[in-house]
Structure formats: structure tokens, C-alpha cells
Design a protein around this ligand. Structure first.
Ligand code: PHE
Ligand code: ZN
Length: 875
């Protein structure tokens, strides 16, 4: 690093001294350069107290300025200065037109921020601060402007020219080039700008809004992928209808476009009227996409569509408010997915993600509040905390207010702030105004990091028929604060009678929401005729860790009887945790491992109950993950956790072989493939059964997996069989299947990614050298984030046994890749480094090895701000 990057603080926020009333852009796309001409109508911001004489515009060092003029007067070098990241014009009038021409080089842009090329298609990514790599601008979300964009390019090679809004004019030039002009009537910040130019094909449909407006829907992709857009189209129409029905929100332009690109740093981007999607989040077909893939497409299409209101019409004042749009929009897309599929399954999956990825972030060196107070590089704050915990915070408001008041609050929020750039406080204020509730204390969820821990004890007094719950809350220290004030926590609770039925509580409700506001509180239930078994934190009503000393018998009882589907699964997880933690301790002490009958019995009962949703059966019969068990440990012993889980799964397989075999057969589907909740559930359970059967150690089950692999008419079954065999002891069979799979799918980039990922996550010895070999394979490309994530990301994040090899080889490998990627793509480099930053959780030897590698990264030349921030904060 030449200079230490500076820290930006929320407390330093100031309104912009200038506003941009209109933005006219002209892009001339040429092979070796792109010319960007901008004409901005600037005016002093009446809300700004200070009146600086000059003007500071953001602009990346890579911009080459060709011309600069104020009100038609060309400026010369003495009128302005350019230094690291900014252009300063010494003196400007109160209102003026600023013209600029800059030259940029999209072909050299491997960071994939700003304007770049993805497989020969020009596309942009401007959130958060990518627009300043396109032209000089006030690149901050509280500067909102109306954009008119003209794109000029060779007509034969770039027949499709797109930007935000509605197309208003087009024409051909004499030299084989053509142009299209787009106008977006809605003022927007620069981060929502988009441009796409390429040889793309599209599918088209229309949507009629509730008020009768026709909207054209166009989804673009390369010709070879045109047959994989139908699911996204169906999902888009369903999202548009859902947002009308559930939130009263209509679409506002004449056209909605989605473009699929293969080179993309994230999942997708909600640019106004022109979403750009990672192919992995929009393409889907029966043959090439798993059920999980279909569901991801549905969720991400919905997410980006919902941003049109929660993000675009009402946007963020500054980047500290990122969760204003992301937390709310994740909550909205989660509810949409819950309505489209199984609500309980969706909740279980979201909680699993939160508990592993977010809880560990909240316990690590990069822990930050949902509304961070400072950052070095904003790209590092597109995190599990801002997205997933942010969504949990909105969910808690929903729980506290109830659906009607929440909807009133959301209506008021959109009405008050349409066209504005606002804060999370504004969001909460609208919820308070609509409900009459005081959420002052609740707002600590936005400002305090860390995962609260609830310790709950209870007592029953039969003479008085009184039951008491005593709840203590505490939150561990995190980098921004060592002392935490108590949170306002909605704790949803039900009480089960010994017969397994819900006891009627207040107003005959069976679930009540207890509101915790103090560090210690007692809740009293009267008229309780018998000692109940409490069902705590129903639906996972708050993002907390909960301790209550359930006996194994009580957990088995809850698994069978709890009326809350989420908590039935939770009881199974808790039982699994108790049993696995005991096995982990046995393994560490060198004792013989023995599987508890309680677990076998509980699993058998669930497996034989054909009235249950097969997806929930599959979830219940899945042991707590390696990552979750790690998260629960004070010191993570990857080998012991792995060994304990392997032992338990093998023992369950032998004990329940007949049941798994029957359930497998019950789940076979003989009707046409559908990614419907019902079929997804059957395949999920079927493949879970197959995973246990393969562990029963009989050749007939290997044959079954091989048969499923060759006969499958869908990627879910094909890939499940492949992954199970590759991760099993049948290594010869695995090699044969891997090469068959590759030759079958080598032309399908996304399928090849799953082929890379299956090998990268292989827990068997030798995975690292396999990964290193694959980096030389034709299928790998270090410049494509999807490839990097599938191979390097999966190895370091989802192959704990090999990544944490005692010789430190996994750590060294990751550091090498981070150093290489730091130059190519800082965002990807900085995301990839995360597993090393959690060094404090491991034994001393590993701690040292991990820190050595962090130091090696730190010492390497010219660190990007992205990598610098993460590494320096974690050393
Ligand atoms: N705003 C995008 C979303 O969540 C994510 C994103 C952020 C994409 C930054 C690209 C860059 O929908
Ligand atoms: Zn988003």
C-alpha cells in the first residue's frame, strides 16, 4: 500500500453541496476504448449550509479525461485538479452545465466494477461505487438524477443496446454503427445506472398491472441459453403479482428487462428497469439446474424485482444505510418464497444459513452492526449481517406489530419517502407512526453488533397452577463495543401439555409473544393445570442463541408434538447437537463411539410417518452441520466434528437401512418433472435416503446411485448421485462418474461449476492437489468469479477437513490465491479470505499457521482497500 486507506464514518455524514438535476450520457463503444460523454445539470443543494466555491467529483484513477467544460467554457489544467479518486474544479457557479469526455478501457476491467466485458458483452456494475469508474460524478446515493443515455456501437457485433428506463429513439450511422437512446424518468442515484451492449437474444412476455398498465417483460441471454429463461419469467410475473397483493406496489415503467451475464461479482443487481444477473441466478432448466438452483432463481428474481420499491423508488441516504434496502428486501423475498413453496422449509433453510454464516461473522473480527458506523471499503459490507440479520430485524418488527400494522407502516414508509434517499431511522419511524408503538429500544438491533444469548430457566408451581419462565439476555463484546445494552426481543412461546397439545394461553392463543427488554425478566403464566414443556422461540422469532436445559426425552416429545413446524425441526437439531457433542468429546478422549438409541428411535418414527412433508422429514433427518457444530464450539476441532458426524451417519445408516430403502422407493416420481414444492420435497428426501444407504456399505446401493446417475432426467438427481459417490469411499466409481459427467456437460458452464464444486468439497484426502490440478483445467478461469467461488471458495469454505489440514497447506493455498486475485478482482479476493480471518476459533498450532498466512498477504505489495480492510482488521 502506498498510503493507509482512510476510514469513513457515519457520524461525518453531510448533505451534498450540489445536486444533479439531469444526467445525459453518450457511450461510444470501440474495441480498444470507450468514450463517455456526460452532460450534467448541477445546482447548489438548498439544504446544504456551507457554500464551497469549488466542486469535488468522484472519479477513479483509471479515467482519462479528454475534455471538461462549464457552461460551454472549456477548462484548462489550472482550473481543476485530479488526484486519487477525485476531480476538483476550483470555482463553479450556483447553477451550471458540466460537460466531460473521458476515455475508459472496459476490456482491461477484471475487477468487474464499472463498465466491463463479460464474454464479449458490455455490461455495467455500479453499486456501490462503480459509477466513478465510468465518469466523473457525484457518486453517492443521496444524489438522485434523471438519466438519458445514448449507446453507440457496431451494429453487427452489438445488435442489442440497453440502458435504464424506456427506449425513446434509435438510428443507424453510416459506418456500420448504430445507436439507441434510453430515458429513465425516475430520479435515481448513479449506483442504479446500467448499460448493456451485445449479441443477445431474448424471450418476451407482458404483465398487466393491477391498475391495468401493460408492461413488456424481456429477458436476455446468449443464444445458447435462451431455453433456460422460462423459469425466471414465471418467477418475475409471480413476484410482480405478489408485490401488488401483499404490499400494494405496482411496477412503474413500460418495460422490465433482465440480462444474464457469466462474469459477475454477486448474484444480481437491481438497476432501474434493467437488472443484470449472474447466469447462476437466472438460468434454469430441468436438465442442467438442481431444485435448489430453481428456487434460487425464483428468490433472486423476486429480490431484484422487489428492490424497485424497496431500494429504487425509496433508496439509501448513504451506504451505512445499506440494510434499509437489503434487509427489507431479503425479508420481502423470503416471505414471497415462503408463500410460493413450503413456509417451514424456507424458514429452516434461512435459519441454517443465519446460524452458520451470520453468527460466525458476528463472532469474528469483521463483526459489525446491521447499520455499520464506519468502513474502509463499502464493498466489504455486503454481508450476512446487513442482508440476513437485517432481514431478521425487519421480521421482528413484523412480529411485534402484527401483519396489519406492519403493512400500514410499509405503506406509510413508501408514501412519505417516495423519490427520496433515507435512513433506517426513517423506516422505523414510519413503523412507529403507523402502529403507535415506541421502537426506540428496538433500534439497538441496528446499532449493536453481536448475537444475543438467552439463558432460560423455568419453574412450575402446581398448588397455584403457575408456570414461570426466567429469561436472561446477554451479548458478547464485538469490535465496536464491549458493553451492550439489552435488546428488545420478541420471544414467541407456546406451552405443551403432557399429551402434546398446545395449552391455551392469553386470549386462548396458543403462541404468545413475550417482549424481552431487560437483561433479566420473569414471565408468569397462570391457570396452567400441569407442568408444561415449553416450545421456545417459535418460528425463530429473533436472531439469538437460546439455552434451555431440555432433556433428550423432552426433545423427542417436541419433535413429535410441537404445533410449530420450525420448532419440531429445532428439537431434532438440539437432540442431534447433544448427541454429537457427546460423540465429539468421546472421540477427543479416545473413547469408543456408540450411537444413542434415542436418536435412532426418533429418526425411525419420523421416517415412518408418511403424513409428514417429505422435505421436513429430510431436514429433520439431517444431522446438525459441521459448520453449525463448529459455531457452537469454543474451540473448533474440525477432525473430531467430522469423525463424530461420519460415525453417527454410518451408524444411523446401518440401524435404519430398511426404512431408508423403503422411503427411497416411496419418493420415486413417475410423473413429468416439475420444480414444484411437492416434487422438490420428494427428491430431497429420496436423495437424503440415498446418502444414508450408500453408507450402509453394500454394493447394491452403489449400483443404485450409479443407476440414478445415468437414468436421471433432471440435474437434482444426477448431481446428488454424483456428489454422494464422489464423497464416499467408492473412489474408482467416483472417477468414472466424474469424467462421464464432465464429457456430458462440458459446454454448460454452470453445470461445470457444480462439477468443480463437488471435487473441491470432497472430504477425502488429496482434495487440495485435486483442486490445484483443476486450476489448470480448461474449465477453470481465474477471471470468472463463478469459477473461483466453485473451486477455491468451496474448498476453503466447505471442505473444513482439508482446508484445515494440520500442515497448513490449505491456508498457504488460500493466501496464494488471495494475493493473485487482489490484483485481478479485489472484491472476490476480499470475500475469499474470510475463512482465514476466523483463526481465533482454532487450536494454537492452526492459529499460528493461519496468522502467518494473513501476515503474508498483508506484506504483499499493493493491497487493494478491500483486502487491506479485512486482513488488517483480523490480524
Ligand atoms: N444490490 C444487489 C442485491 O442485493 C447486490 C449487489 C451489490 C450486486 C453490489 C452487485 C454489487 O440485490
Ligand atoms: Zn438486494
Amino acid at each position: 500500500m502506498s498510503t493507509t486507506p482512510s476510514v469513513i464514518y457515519l457520524k461525518d455524514y453531510q448533505v451534498p453541496p450540489f445536486l444533479i438535476e439531469s444526467t445525459q450520457l453518450r457511450f461510444e463503444l470501440e474495441d480498444d476504448r470507450t468514450l463517455v460523454k456526460a452532460e450534467l445539470r448541477l445546482t447548489r443543494n438548498p439544504e446544504c449550509q456551507v457554500k464551497p466555491r469549488g466542486l469535488l467529483m468522484h472519479g477513479d484513477e483509471s479515467l482519462r479525461l479528454c475534455r471538461l467544460a462549464v457552461d460551454g467554457q472549456v477548462l484548462t489544467a489550472k482550473d481543476y485538479s485530479i488526484d486519487a479518486g477525485a476531480l476538483t474544479i476550483a470555482e463553479v457557479p450556483d447553477q451550471f452545465i458540466l460537460e466531460s469526455v473521458v476515455e475508459i478501457d472496459p476490456a482491461k476491467n477484471t475487477a468487474l466494477e464499472g463498465l466491463y466485458l463479460s464474454d464479449g458483452v458490455y455490461c455495467t456494475q455500479c453499486e456501490a461505487e462503480g459509477f466513478r469508474r465510468i465518469t466523473y460524478y457525484l457518486d453517492r446515493p443521496d444524489v438522485m438524477s434523471v438519466f438519458t443515455t445514448t449507446v453507440v456501437a457496431d451494429k453487427a457485433r452489438f445488435p442489442v443496446l440497453l440502458s435504464n428506463g424506456n427506449p425513446v429513439a434509435e438510428g443507424d450511422d453510416s459506418d456500420g454503427r448504430h445507436w439507441v437512446t434510453w430515458e429513465d424518468p425516475f430520479p435515481k442515484p448513479a449506483y442504479l445506472f446500467a448499460l448493456v451492449a451485445g449479441d443477445l437474444k431474448h424471450i418476451e412476455d407482458t404483465f398487466t398491472t393491477a391498475s391495468g398498465k401493460q408492461v413488456a417483460l424481456r429477458l436476455f441471454a446468449e443464444e445458447k441459453d435462451l431455453d433456460k429463461l422460462d423459469h425466471a419469467m414465471t418467477s418475475l410475473k409471480a413476484s410482480m403479482r405478489w408485490d401488488e397483493q401483499v404490499y400494494g406496489r405496482e411496477y412503474d415503467l413500460e418495460i422490465y428487462m433482465i440480462v444474464a451475464v457469466d462474469f459477475f461479482n454477486m448474484g444480481a443487481m437491481e438497476n432501474k428497469g434493467l437488472n443484470v444477473f449472474n447466469t447462476s441466478c437466472v438460468l434454469a432448466s430441468q436438465k442442467t439446474t438442481t431444485d435448489a438452483g430453481f428456487q434460487r432463481v425464483e428468490a433472486v428474481v423476486a429480490h431484484e424485482y422487489f428492490h424497485n420499491w424497496s431500494g429504487n423508488r425509496v433508496t439509501c441516504r448513504d451506504w451505512f444505510q445499506l440494510s434499509l434496502k437489503e434487509g427489507f428486501t431479503v425479508f420481502r423475498d423470503a416471505e414471497f418464497s415462503a408463500d410460493m413453496n413450503s413456509r417451514t422449509v424456507k424458514r429452516v433453510e434461512d435459519v441454517q444459513l443465519l446460524r452458520t454464516a451470520q453468527f460466525s461473522e458476528d463472532a469474528g473480527p469483521m463483526a459489525h452492526p446491521v447499520r455499520p458506523a464506519s468502513f474502509i471499503e463499502i464493498s466489504n459490507f455486503y454481508t450476512m449481517t446487513v442482508y440476513e440479520k437485517g432481514a431478521e430485524v425487519v421480521r421482528m418488527i413484523h412480529t411485534l406489530l402484527g401483519p396489519d400494522q406492519f403493512r400500514a407502516g410499509s405503506d406509510l414508509y413508501f408514501e412519505r419517502h417516495d423519490g427520496q434517499a433515507v435512513t433506517t431511522d426513517d423506516f422505523v419511524a414510519a413503523m412507529e407512526a403507523a402502529s403507535g408503538r415506541d421502537l426506540t429500544q428496538f433500534k439497538r438491533w441496528y446499532s449493536q453488533a453481536g448475537t444475543p444469548v438467552l439463558d432460560i430457566t423455568d419453574e412450575y408451581d402446581p398448588s397455584e397452577s403457575v408456570y414461570r419462565l426466567r429469561v436472561k439476555q446477554a451479548c458478547p463484546p464485538t469490535p465496536e463495543a464491549s458493553e451492550k445494552a439489552p435488546f428488545h426481543i420478541p420471544l414467541q412461546v407456546g406451552l405443551l401439555s403432557p399429551e402434546g397439545t398446545d395449552m391455551p394461553l392469553e386470549n386462548d392463543a396458543t403462541t404468545v409473544t413475550l417482549e424481552l427488554t431487560e437483561s433479566e425478566q420473569t414471565f408468569t403464566f397462570t391457570g396452567i393445570p400441569q407442568k408444561p414443556v415449553p416450545s421456545l422461540l417459535r418460528g425463530f422469532s429473533a436472531p439469538v442463541k437460546l439455552n434451555y436445559a431440555y432433556s433428550q426425552a423432552e426433545l423427542v416429545f417436541l419433535m413429535q408434538h410441537d404445533s410449530d413446524g420450525f420448532n419440531r425441526w429445532e428439537a431434532a437439531q438440539k437432540l442431534g447437537v447433544i448427541i454429537l457433542q457427546a460423540l465429539i468429546a468421546d472421540y477427543q478422549a479416545g473413547r469408543e463411539l456408540v450411537l444413542s438409541d434415542a436418536l435412532v428411535g426418533a429418526y425411525r418414527a419420523v421416517l415412518n410417518d408418511t403424513t409428514l412433508d417429505p422435505a421436513m422429514v429430510a431436514k429433520v433427518l439431517t444431522l446438525p452441520s459441521q459448520a453449525y457444530l463448529g459455531e457452537l464450539s469454543t474451540q473448533i476441532d474440525v477432525d473430531a466434528i467430522h469423525a463424530a458426524r461420519e460415525f453417527a451417519m454410518n451408524a444411523l445408516a446401518c440401524a435404519l437401512e430398511a426404512e431408508f430403502s423403503q422411503a427411497y422407493k416411496r419418493c420415486l416420481i413417475d410423473v413429468a418433472y416439475q420444480p414444484s414444492a411437492e416434487q422438490v420435497a420428494q427428491r430431497m428426501l429420496k436423495n437424503l435416503c440415498l446418502s444414508y444407504l450408500l453408507r450402509a456399505g453394500k454394493p447394491e446401493y452403489l449400483a443404485l446411485a450409479q443407476q440414478q446417475f445415468s437414468d436421471a432426467d433432471n440435474m437434482t438427481d444426477e448431481q446428488a448421485a454424483l456428489a454422494l459417490v464422489v464423497h464416499s469411499n467408492y473412489q474408482d466409481a467416483a472417477q468414472a462418474m466424474l469424467s462421464q459427467f464432465y464429457s456430458r456437460w462440458s459446454q454448460e458452464s454452470l453445470v461445470v461449476n457444480s462439477w468443480l464444486a463437488v471435487q473441491a468439497s470432497n472430504p477425502c484426502p488429496g482434495a487440495l492437489s485435486q483442486v490445484e490440478a483443476l486450476m489448470q483445467h480448461e474449465a477453470f478461469n481465474m477471471k470468472n468469479p463463478n469459477k473461483v467461488r466453485s473451486l477455491i471458495g468451496v474448498f476453503c469454505g466447505q471442505n473444513p477437513v482439508n482446508f484445515h489440514a494440520k500442515d497448513g497447506s490449505g491456508y498457504r493455498f488460500l493466501a496464494d490465491q488471495v494475493v493473485a486475485l487482489n490484483e485481478l478482482n479485489p472484491q472476490i479476493a476480499s470475500r475469499l479470505v474470510a475463512p482465514l480471518t476466523k483463526w481465533k476459533r482454532y487450536d494454537e498450532t492452526r492459529q499460528q499457521l493461519m496468522r502467518d498466512q494473513l501476515q503474508r498477504i498483508m506484506d504483499s505489495a499493493e493491497l487493494s482497500r478491500d483486502v487491506y480492510e479485512v486482513v488488517s482488521k483480523s490480524i
